[in-house]
Design a protein around this ligand. Structure first.
Ligand SMILES: Cc1cc2nc3c(=O)[nH]c(=O)nc-3n(C[C@H](O)[C@H](O)[C@H](O)COP(=O)(O)OP(=O)(O)OC[C@H]3O[C@@H](n4cnc5c(N)ncnc54)[C@H](O)[C@@H]3O)c2cc1C
Length: 581
């Protein structure tokens, strides 16, 4: 059996993965990136509105500071974020964004040539740096250039199937190159998960189809807990019908939300910040308007940009205009855009410390799949791109410093022979490889198996209907029951394709396995949390309850489902207060 080997293996070619790779490579380690799609197709490329950093670059300076940014983030999180970690993100974020500028990001500019900043939801100051409405596209291309320049190898269209753990340590992964007839063990001193979100377990989601949460499941399956998974962000403005995102930047530039009666309904929900209230509040207000008869055709409201004028729309929101024209046949210069809320972001994930270390030695995580806990119960727009850069870099740096450079240099180890890498455990890799191969054999020999897509579609509809923006005990209990039933039926799925190469059916089967477990963790966490905080809103417990619930949820995998434990929230400067806007 051939075993590939690297000092540091990074799973994920989005912003977090690429930023980690650059840092680790610069520290002199042998680094490789593995991604199930070409890195430039990662969901990061779709980010629109911008990235937060308190530069105070607006025409009349308002004395913005990283401390203000911290406060807004903590208040936005409904006081569930760990405050010491938020401080690190807001302070180091300034450096990370400047670095992206120096590396060549085409940020939009102020009249005097500084990085332009727009207002964003829940932010007291205009601090969201942007490249028109294609910020993620610009950032990801710039990082990919750096990765290419540093000659960091990328295993493109390779899937991480599982983590390999021996003697309490992650020693690498089992991988599957989509176009080959084999699975491949990759040994690594450090493995960094940067696998993004799980939005596609919901029917209505702004996320890329590839965002299935398999990365979170790899960690969960290996015995790690998942943290704060009940906090799922819903974005107020996705295009009605396809749920493609219409950036918060559209409201940052001055767009209005209007119901069927022509009212700017945010007046009733966030009288001061109006359309620029934080996402949880604007999403709930919008869904409530629709549910209570304020929607057009009972299904959507309008995002009106017409008063911004042609020039501003073309200059600041060209991508949004194109999306509205291509996917709804509407030119926002002339007509309002029909929008409805949709799942958007995962606040929870694999727990890490500020250096990306997880509770499993040898395993690190960064970006949307991780929960370093900067977003708490609700993320502010523009903070996620920042998180990927700050904590991606930190994870890369820490992994590099933990790897012993003397013992490890690039090398390939064949037939389980001990190579230059010293001790390693070929048996652990061989066992997993054999288990996957025989699993595929069993699956493809089932004659009467149910098709995978049927279960997947049922799961997605269930999550949107019963574990969505508004939650209540009866729905959550029924969702829990239904997920159990789906897990049972999962054991009877059959697939037609027997061969490994290009076996997308098999990949979908494996991803569905992860989706079912992640959905279960979200549902169990939401059922247990008898309060409303940030994105988690219980109609039967509409108030925040700091006495009992100012704490993080940790879910562990057991045969009977998720077992929940809780951990204190770190409060440094800002004691919890009522959250009004
Ligand atoms: C439409 C949209 C717009 C957004 N706009 C903004 C914005 O303006 N500002 C902001 O701050 N945030 C925004 N966000 C959120 C932000 O873009 C994401 O949270 C962030 O980009 C995630 O980056 P990441 O590197 O963690 O993961 P991703 O960019 O999602 O990358 C995940 C990577 O993991 C790989 N991968 C996953 N599973 C496997 C596996 N099993 N094997 C191999 N590879 C795997 C994928 O191939 C991919 O390369 C937006 C999100 C969406 C959906």
């Amino acid at each position: 059996m051939e075993i590939l080997s690297h000092d540091i293996l990074i799973i994920g070619g989005g912003l977090a993965g690429l930023r980690a790779a650059i840092e680790a490579q610069k520290a002199g380690r042998d680094v490789a990136i593995l991604s199930k799609v070409h890195p430039l197709r990662s969901h990061s490329v779709a980010a629109q509105g911008g990235i937060n950093a308190a530069f105070d670059n607006v025409p009349a300076p308002v004395n913005d500071s990283w401390e203000n940014h911290s406060f807004d983030t903590i208040k936005g999180s409904d006081y569930l974020a760990d405050q010491d970690v938020v401080e690190i993100m807001c302070r180091e974020g300034l450096e990370r964004v400047i670095e992206m500028e120096r590396w060549g990001t085409l940020f939009s500019r102020t009249e005097d040539g500084k990085i332009a900043q727009r207002p964003f939801g829940g932010a007291g100051f205009p601090r969201t740096c942007y490249a028109a409405d294609r910020t993620g596209h610009n950032l990801l291309h710039v990082l990919y250039e750096q990765v290419t320049g540093l000659r960091i190898p990328v295993y493109e269209e390779w899937h991480a199937l599982s983590l390999v753990v021996a003697e309490g340590r992650c020693i690498g992964i089992l991988a599957f190159p989509l176009f080959e007839e084999r699975t491949v063990p990759i040994q690594a001193e450090a493995t960094i998960l940067a696998t993004g979100g799980y939005g596609r377990i919901y029917l209505r989601s702004t996320n890329a189809i590839i965002n299935t949460g398999r990365g979170c499941y790899l960690a969960y399956q290996a015995g790690l807990p998942l943290e704060d998974m009940e906090f799922v962000q819903f974005h107020p403005t996705s295009l009605f019908g396809t749920n493609i995102l219409i950036t918060e930047g559209a409201r940052g530039e001055g767009g209005y939300l209007v119901n069927v009666k022509g009212e700017r309904y945010m007046e009733r929900y966030a009288p001061h910040l109006m359309e620029l209230g934080p996402r949880d509040i604007v999403a709930r207000a919008t869904q409530r308007e629709i549910d209570e008869g304020g929607g057009f055709e009972g299904q959507y409201v309008h995002l009106d940009l017409r008063h911004l004028g042609r020039e501003k729309i073309l200059d600041r929101l060209p991508g949004i205009r194109q999306i509205a024209m291509d996917f709804a046949g509407i030119d926002p210069i002339l007509n309002p855009i029909p929008i409805q809320p949709a799942q958007h972001y995962s606040m929870g994930g694999i727990p890490t410390n500020v250096d990306g270390e997880t509770p499993l030695p040898g395993l690190y995580a960064a970006g949307e799949c991780a929960c370093v806990s900067v977003h708490g119960a609700n993320r502010l727009g523009g903070n996620s791109l920042l998180e990927t850069l700050v904590f991606g870099a930190r994870a890369g740096r820490k992994a590099a410093s933990n790897v012993n450079p003397v013992r490890n240099s690039r090398g390939m180890i064949s037939n389980g022979v001990k190579g230059e890498k010293g001790d390693f455990n070929p048996l652990a890799f061989q066992n997993q490889s054999a288990a996957f191969q025989s699993g595929l054999h069993d699956l493809s020999s089932r004659k009467e198996g149910e098709p995978c897509f049927r279960l997947r579609d049922e799961l997605k509809a269930l999550m949107t209907d019963q574990v969505g923006i508004f939650r209540r005990e009866s729905d959550l209990l029924s969702a829990k029951e239904k997920i159990r039933e789906l897990k049972e039926r999962f054991g009877r799925i059959g697939i037609k394709q027997k061969r490994l190469a290009f076996n997308n059916e098999w990949i979908q089967y494996l991803e569905l396995e992860g989706m079912l477990h992640v959905a279960e963790v979200i549902t169990e966490g939401a059922l247990a949390r008898k309060e409303s905080r940030g994105s988690h809103f219980r109609t039967d417990y509409p108030e925040r309850d700091d006495e009992h619930w100012l704490r993080h949820t940790f879910a562990y995998k057991t045969p009977a489902g998720a077992r929940l434990e809780y951990k204190e929230v770190k409060i440094t400067t800002y004691p919890p207060k009522e959250r009004t806007y």
